[in-house]
Design a protein around this ligand. Structure first.
Ligand code: AMP
Length: 401
């Protein structure tokens, strides 16, 4: 069964219940009236193409739904979708009515009155049933629309009521949005016959979180470059000293497994480091593979940057996830920004899988030079690992009780 997208169905006069991922980050400081201020609206911006298309096609009403943060099943003023509603209203230059709760009894009346074409349901996760994938909760959400639309790529790896169970109530009336389509197409360029040489570059802090993706990527890639704190368990497993760098015994075991496996020659590790005695200490060059006992490895060194950049120059497809060091601290950010610039200079297909690497590319203002930046960190990693996601499978094949 093929996945149907929003441009393949009749929408005129229909009510569409649409799941987006409006889980945006907020600034630490509040606005003049004490309101929360969105720090990065990318996820809302990415939804606009689908919403505008629905309006242009003459839908009767769009009922928007999303989660925001982790309210753990309880209503919380701080995690209200109100700032999202305001942002949408400004961007679309139309009214957006925010409901008191996604189960508000007035929603049906609001739909009948037809005073606004856009209704935003309050944070789904104010109700524990959302994360419990509850069918009765999903049935109530489903009752608002004739058509179900899912464009929440960043939440598609979760089996939640609004992404999973709800599909049960829309047998032939469920569609994917334009963002979902873009994300799937970009990820399939990496998972299905990537144009070689294909190289992946992984960084960040924990091997255990990314072990499955390493195992999935290794047979597909020509080379796997590992930087950031992820590299230390591998260096340790090879018998090098890593000083006080971030590393757990569990991660060393996982690294030993990979380095003992048939694809071990594809793994490229750092050859030098930027170290310090403390996380906020002065940076020092450590020009060898081994790190002194009292030092912490906090970035890749110059030779490693050159080595990684030379490898990436040969690639026709590049997948990147995870920073090369403690990049939030300027003293240890060079490796990460150099990799961001290597991707921006590549003529191949470049895909960044969410998270901190996206923050680095944005800070360097290089977004427009990357082929695809995924809006979902966890979702893109899981897609590569498994070839699809529960939310996408449910949209494709439906759900039975
Ligand atoms: P992850 O969520 O696994 O991608 O990890 C991202 C985090 O890893 C960022 O906050 C980085 O600062 C951190 N990180 C990357 N390299 C290092 C390092 N060498 N030492 C400490 N933290 C690091």
């Amino acid at each position: 069964m093929a996945l149907k997208f929003v441009n393949e169905v009749e929408l005129q006069g229909k009510s569409v219940i649409a799941r987006f991922d409006f889980n945006v980050p907020f600034k630490k400081t509040r606005g003049p009236s004490g309101e929360r201020v969105i720090s990065d609206p990318t996820r809302i911006e990415s939804s606009l193409e689908t919403i505008k298309y629905l309006l242009d096609q003459g839908v009767k009403t769009i009922i928007l739904m999303s989660h925001l943060g982790r309210p753990k099943g309880k209503a919380s003023k701080d995690l209200s979708l109100e700032p999202v509603g305001k942002y949408l209203a400004n961007s679309l230059d139309t009214d957006v009515i925010l409901t008191e709760s996604c189960l508000d009894l007035n929603i049906k009346t609001l739909l009948d009155l037809n005073t606004s074409r856009i209704i935003l349901l309050e944070n789904l996760r104010f109700h524990p049933e959302e994360e419990e994938n509850d069918f009765e909760f999903a049935r109530r959400l489903a009752s608002y629309g004739d058509i179900y639309l899912n464009d929440a790529f960043g939440a598609a790896h979760r089996k939640h009521a609004s992404t999973h169970a709800i599909n049960h109530y829309f047998k032939n009336n469920s569609v994917g949005g334009f963002l979902l389509k873009k994300e799937i197409m970009a990820l399939e360029k990496v998972t299905e016959k990537p144009k070689g040489p294909f190289m992946a570059i992984l960084g960040g802090a924990k091997v255990s979180d990314k072990i499955q993706i390493i195992e999935k990527l290794l047979p597909l890639v020509e080379r796997l470059l590992i930087g950031g704190a992820m590299a230390y368990p591998f260096l340790k497993a090879q018998g090098h000293s890593i000083g006080k760098s971030l590393c757990s015994d569990e991660d060393i075991k996982l690294a030993e497994k990979i380095l003992g496996g048939p694809q071990k020659q594809k793994v490229t590790l750092p050859q030098d480091h930027i170290v310090s005695e403390q996380l906020d200490g002065a940076p020092e060059v450590s020009d060898s593979l081994d790190i002194e006992d009292n030092k912490i490895g906090l970035d890749i060194g110059e030779r490693t940057i050159s080595l990684f950049k030379n490898e990436l120059k040969k690639a026709n497809t590049i997948f990147w996830n995870g920073p090369m060091g403690l990049f939030e601290n300027k003293s240890f950010s060079k490796g990460t920004f150099e990799i961001a610039s290597a991707l921006s200079e590549s003529e191949g297909f470049t895909l960044i899988g969410g998270g901190d690497s996206v923050a680095a590319v944005k800070e360097a203002k290089l977004e427009s030079l990357i082929s695809h930046i995924s809006t979902g960190g966890g979702a893109s990693l899981e897609f590569i690992e498994k070839g699809s996601l529960p939310g996408i499978q449910a949209l494709k094949f439906g759900i039975t009780l």
